[in-house]
Write a protein that binds this ligand. Structure first.
Ligand code: SAM
Length: 201
């Protein structure tokens, strides 16, 4: 198997996405902050804070293949901005907090057959306060992308989505504002790439 490639870039994803060519990415899967954005313009509304990011995501992605997680209270607002065709609710979506669910808004998914979570062990630890369960993120990766494709995650955090991508044979590009989190994400992906390379021998 070809070892999937990855790239983590530290910086504001809005600025980083603006450097990408239009329709140059196969798919976006991301888990934006549910609060704590720097609000833009006159409105302090969450939707308005997220809007410029969604506009860039739609510009970068070929065929509008996009999955974005949202808390229940924001779903009605955010779905006005995306061609949503379905939802995936994931229970116990955090790696170390039981009971917290995540709902992904799905636009143009590619698979409805192979959508199960995985049961990989020995996923590298993370100190990120909101790190997702890699095994559960695998279900979203399978629904939204094909092996060999490149997935962009503009709010990568600990790169839980990225680890699932590499283990499923997808390439991954992650953007993260916080330097320490970006460094940790990079290290986790290096570790997983080494595991994949070893298993491939
Ligand atoms: C909800 S967390 C993502 C968690 C991730 N799915 C995981 O499993 O670790 C959102 C991340 O987006 C980052 N972030 C917030 N605003 C950003 C921006 N403008 N550009 C890039 N990253 C940003 C935060 O630092 C945070 O790590």
């Amino acid at each position: 198997m070809t070892i999937p490639r990855f790239r983590i870039q530290c910086g504001n994803s809005l600025a980083l996405m603006r450097l990408l060519e239009s329709a140059s990415i196969d798919c976006v899967i991301t888990d934006p902050p549910y609060s704590g954005f720097e609000f833009t313009g006159k409105s302090s509304h969450y939707r308005h804070a997220l809007l410029p990011y969604l506009d860039e995501i739609k510009r970068c992605v070929r065929d509008q293949r996009i999955a974005v997680s949202q808390p229940e209270e924001h779903i009605d607002q955010v779905k006005q901005e995306l061609p949503v065709s379905g939802y995936a609710k994931i229970d116990d979506a955090f790696a170390d907090q039981r009971g917290a669910a995540a709902t992904f808004l799905l636009c143009n998914p590619v698979s409805t057959s192979d959508t199960a979570a995985e049961s990989w062990r020995d996923i590298p630890d993370s100190s990120h306060p909101n790190h997702r369960d890699v095994n559960k993120m695998a279900a979203i990766v399978k629904i939204m992308s094909r092996p060999g494709e490149t997935v962009l995650d503009p709010f990568c955090g600990s790169a839980a989505i990225g680890i699932a991508c590499l283990l499923l044979g997808r390439n991954y590009v992650g953007y993260e504002l916080d330097e320490a989190r970006a460094a940790e994400a990079e290290q986790r992906l290096v570790t997983i790439s080494e595991v994949i390379a070893l298993n491939d021998r």
